[in-house]
Design a protein around this ligand. Structure first.
Ligand code: COA
Length: 257
């Protein structure tokens, strides 16, 4: 069905692999369209409880938007491209089901932006992050100026954006851009293990956490939203089950209702 990505479902986890290893998984139009479809599946397929995004091959997660598609683009076409990228990445960020980036190498430009749109990131020791668009006479267009500044702070983000220098896995971890650095062979097993731990919880509470934390970065009144979502939790079977299970000293069985 897809030509530039692959997808598979195992243990309710949708694995999305960006599959252009000869081009370091650069995001061309086809990848973006197919990624959009795959993200819709995360939202709409009840058999999917979470997702992992990774790049094919050993070298790159995604080395950016496909530069070969940039030449000859006009002002309005550049804006259309940014709109499309921002739309898909916001859909990833707003997903009520967790989407984790497993960063297996270069995450540059649109690749860094894609990783940052995910709910959190694990990476291999060889991973390198960065927004090198400045070297092309460009700036990031898929949310990179906003999310990088939010993740690592204004000064470090501006340094990365203005120099185009790469950020090592170690520095990314120190600055909170990635949650965990793994050995080369452990990236998928550690990411999958974390997701299995998460998806045993209430899907309703998971979605509420994602939404409330999102508000902390969006300018919404996050405290008011937290208040509302906390209150709503009391109307759920999952909350009744979770609290009853604790009091009865047994494991809860959440049904997402
Ligand atoms: N868009 C299009 N093609 C890309 C690409 C991108 N963002 N990144 C890599 N490729 C292609 C290369 O053109 C090359 O294709 P070819 O074999 O047909 O010539 C192939 O992927 C391998 O890349 P190469 O540059 O030979 O690998 P490298 O190990 O020497 O360097 C990078 C790796 C990541 C440092 C280098 O590819 C690079 O700087 N890429 C662009 C990063 C970037 O500016 N991203 C932001 C884009 S807005």
């Amino acid at each position: 069905m897809f030509s530039a990505i692959t997808t598979s479902i195992e243990n309710a986890i949708l694995l999305i692999t960006i599959n252009r290893p000869d081009k370091l998984n650069a995001l061309n139009k086809t990848v973006l369209d197919e990624l959009n479809t795959a993200v819709d599946e995360i939202y709409n397929n009840p058999a999917v409880q979470s997702a992992i995004i990774i790049g094919a091959g050993v070298k790159a997660f995604v080395a950016g938007a496909d530069i070969s598609e940039f030449q000859g683009l006009k002002h309005s076409e550049g804006m259309d491209l940014a709109n499309k990228g921002q739309f898909i990445f916001k859909k990833i960020e707003d997903s009520p089901k967790p989407i984790i980036a497993a960063v297996n190498g270069f995450a540059l430009g649109g690749g860094c932006e894609l990783a940052m749109a995910c709910h959190f990131r694990l990476c291999r020791e060889n991973a390198q992050f960065g927004q090198p668009e400045i070297n092309l006479g460009l700036i990031p267009g898929y949310g990179g100026t906003q999310r990088l500044a939010k993740y690592i702070g204004r000064g470090p983000a501006l340094e990365a954006l203005l120099t185009g220098n790469m950020i090592s896995a170690r520095t990314a971890w120190e600055r909170g851009l990635v949650n965990h650095i793994t050995g080369s062979d452990e990236l998928m097993t550690k990411t999958t293990a974390l997701l299995k731990q998460i998806t045993g919880k209430s899907s309703l509470a998971i979605a509420k956490c994602i939404r409330a934390v999102g508000a902390a970065f969006s300018g919404e009144d996050g405290y008011a939203l937290e208040n509302q979502l906390f209150g709503e939790s009391f109307g759920t079977d999952d909350m009744r089950e979770g609290t009853a299970a604790f009091l009865e000293k047994r494991l809860p069985v959440f049904r997402g209702s």
